[in-house]
Structure formats: structure tokens, C-alpha cells
Design a protein around this ligand. Structure first.
Ligand SMILES: [Zn+2]
Length: 204
């Protein structure tokens, strides 16, 4: 059985949000078109406490875009985003959340970030997504969402690593693009790891 995983379709990642991804809102229509095709639809949420380690505001003298080291891991610093319970952490208003079966939250630990929807960045803590998929007998996972070069990228690499047949819906993704070309490089990396990159038209 195949599951659809909608990565972080949250207001703070949409145009006008605190960590806006260009064109992020354009993928909502893709998500809504795909949702009815799947027996299991999972939506993930970046879900940070306000004291989260990824927020530049929590590192005196640092700015968004700076790199720091946290527990021996490199950590990009971001503007505060997706703070638990705030409107920015909510799903885009046009996303058909009534048709989402399960919500998985990540980045809940103040001391460690979680780009992947499967594990935090140190792989110390699982989000529960893998267990959820296994319980539903899922062997193939289709992913789309935000952002191509961060949370989609790491989620896809983990999905492949965990042995799921993994498909990325390219037109359902948009990237942060800290450097031009990051999204294209991320897609190449996912393809080389074993994921299949498709357009939503091939799935509808
Ligand atoms: Zn985050």
C-alpha cells in the first residue's frame, strides 16, 4: 500500500510567513488533487517550542543564515517559525485537512532540530512516522511539500534508507534556495539515493 506524506504545508513557510518559501502556496492545489488517490495521507508539521535551538533569536549576536554548532552538529539558524500553537504553525487554509488521516509533528525538542519527518537531525529521536507507516502496511511512500532542499530532502533520504519505495512529486515541492540551484542539487541527491522523481500528472 502507498501513503502520501505532505511535508510542512504550514503558514510560516508560505509567502508572507516568517520563513517564506517562494511559491510555497502553489503546491496546495497539487496536494488537494493527490489526496483522494491514497489510502493513507499523512501531513507533517514543524512544531517548535519558542526557545528552539534553530531560532537565531535564541543565539545572542547571531542572525538568520548563520551556522552554529549544536551538540557537534552543524545547525543553520532561521527566523522564529512554526512555534507550537501559533497561526504560523497551522496548515495553509486551503489544504483539505479534513482528508488528512494522520498528523506527525517534528522539531518538538528545544535542543535539536528535525528536518526529516522520520528522525531528528541526530537520529536520537524518531517522530513516529516510520511506525505509523509500518502499522498501516505501507511499502511505498510518495512525498511532496516544503522545502525541497531541507525537510523534503532529508525525509526522502530517510524514507529510502528505511527501505520504502520512495517517490518525490516534483511539482508539489518548492525550495528555500539559500544558494541558487539548491533544489535541483537536492533532487539529484534524492534520485541518486534511489528515489523516483515524478510530476503529479503521472500520479493523477
Ligand atoms: Zn523548523
Amino acid at each position: 500500500m502507498t501513503a502520501l506524506v505532505l511535508v510542512d504545508l504550514q503558514n510560516d513557510f508560505m509567502p508572507g510567513g516568517s520563513l517564506a518559501v517562494s511559491g510555497g502556496d502553489e503546491v496546495i492545489a497539487v496536494a488537494n488533487a493527490l489526496i483522494p488517490r491514497y489510502g493513507l495521507v499523512v501531513a507533517t508539521q514543524d512544531w517548535h517550542p519558542s526557545e528552539h535551538v534553530s531560532f537565531a533569536a535564541n543565539h545572542p549576536g547571531r542572525s538568520p543564515g548563520d551556522m552554529v554548532e549544536v551538540h557537534g552538529l552543524p545547525q543553520e539558524l532561521w527566523p522564529p517559525h512554526c512555534v507550537q500553537g501559533t497561526p504560523g504553525a497551522g496548515f495553509h487554509a486551503d489544504l483539505e485537512v479534513d482528508r488528512v488521516d494522520e498528523v506527525v509533528r517534528k522539531g518538538v525538542d528545544p535542543d535539536i532540530d528535525s528536518y526529516s519527518t522520520f528522525f531528528d537531525n541526530a537520529r536520537l529521536r524518531a517522530t513516529g512516522l516510520e511506525q505509523l507507516l509500518r502499522e498501516h502496511g505501507i511499502d511505498e511512500v510518495h512525498l511532496m511539500g516544503l522545502a525541497t532542499d531541507f525537510c523534503v530532502r532529508f525525509s526522502v533520504l530517510d524514507a529510502v534508507d528505511l527501505g520504502f519505495d520512495t517517490v518525490v512529486v516534483e511539482d508539489g515541492c518548492r525550495g528555500v534556495e539559500l544558494e541558487g540551484g539548491d533544489s535541483a542539487r537536492a533532487l539529484d541527491e534524492m534520485r541518486e539515493a534511489g528515489a523516483r522523481i515524478v510530476g503529479s500528472g503521472e500520479l493523477l
